[in-house]
Design a protein around this ligand. Sequence first.
Ligand SMILES: [Zn+2]
Ligand SMILES: [Zn+2]
Length: 421
Amino acid sequence: MDVKVLGAANEVGRSGFLVNCNGTKLLLDYGVMFGKRGSPPEYPLHVKPKDIDAIIITHAHLDHSGNVPSLFVSGNTDVYATPPTFDLSKMLIEDMLKIEKNAHPFGLPEVNNMMKNAKEIGFKQKVTKGNATFEFRESGHVIGGSTVLVESEKKRLFYTGDIKTNGSRMLREMDMDIGEIDLLITESTYAKTEQIPRKESETQLIEFANEVMDRKGILFIPSFSVERSQEMACILRSANFKHKIIMDGMALKVNEIMFKHPEYLRDPKIFSEAIKSSTAIREHAERKRAMGEPCVVISPAGMLVGGNAVYYLQQLSFNNKNGIALVSYQGEGTPGKKLLDTGKVSTRGKDLKVQAEVKQFQFSGHADKKELFDMIKKVKGNPKVWTVHGDSESCDMFAQEIHEKFGFETYAPAVNDEITI
Ligand SMILES: [Zn+2]
Ligand SMILES: [Zn+2]
């Protein structure tokens, strides 16, 4: 089995790995990396669609799925993912094409062509393609999110995609009952960082929400539409939060997709109760009306880039009764990061000091350092290890520590690197 790195080497973004199983070629993920400050998006190394026997998408996030349609300009390769991954990928890719018009070498026809070639498979459902057999396992990272096991000629590769080993309120923990492996490709996003336990973050958020309600304010929770928004609603409802919860934007579409796939959730009942008891905003006129009393507003974008977040910021930022809870990762150069660092937001070209109380809470969808090492501890066999999907320092440090603690031959590969197992 030969494996080649096409992307996500010493960076978070544009994941892609080409696996050659004695002539049968599988592509694991094919994502995008969004350009920084107006520069164009970047992609994994080019592959010819006719040279690929199957495309396997671990999960819907665009750094893993966003460039798959580029293989469908003329191609008709089978593409495998779980049902929620297909639904969410389609939604996220279409949204990306809407926001970044003409930035990508494909459009809606290619997305449709990709969906025509979609082969839905569930966890632990083995597929044989030529000389290769592969299956998905639960990753705990996002709904429908998977890790991949590939087997060929008695060699076994395990690719983590993105993982949250403990899962979350929405998702079951990662499945590590995978047997002996010969190559591990692991994500390294938070390989240097320890996060506070989820339970503590939840308690802090609930306290903040109650404080804001007690002073008759409105709490704005800008949040990623895929799952973080739903998780916030579930946390509040599970804590018997008595006030209205408003949900807005693309989070509503995600609610529908999640309702379609209850078997992929840890606790479909809590999810259903939380979402059904919340108030959905369908049109602009409802927005202002809905905020007539103390309540929580959950709306994308998580980093306050565009969309309804701009409206809510304008409405809620300049009243000291209100609160803003940042619960998503805040990338450099985003309005969310600026708010955190300076306490200011830009409205109509001016930077204004925010009066509302701003707090940040840790809710990561990625395994932290401790969880990553817990995962490595469960690895069986004596695999070679590649550390990818992290900044270069994280990938290097993680590789070094894995080698020191477990003796596995480990390194952080570069794009174009190949390995034979
Ligand atoms: Zn992800
Ligand atoms: Zn990722």
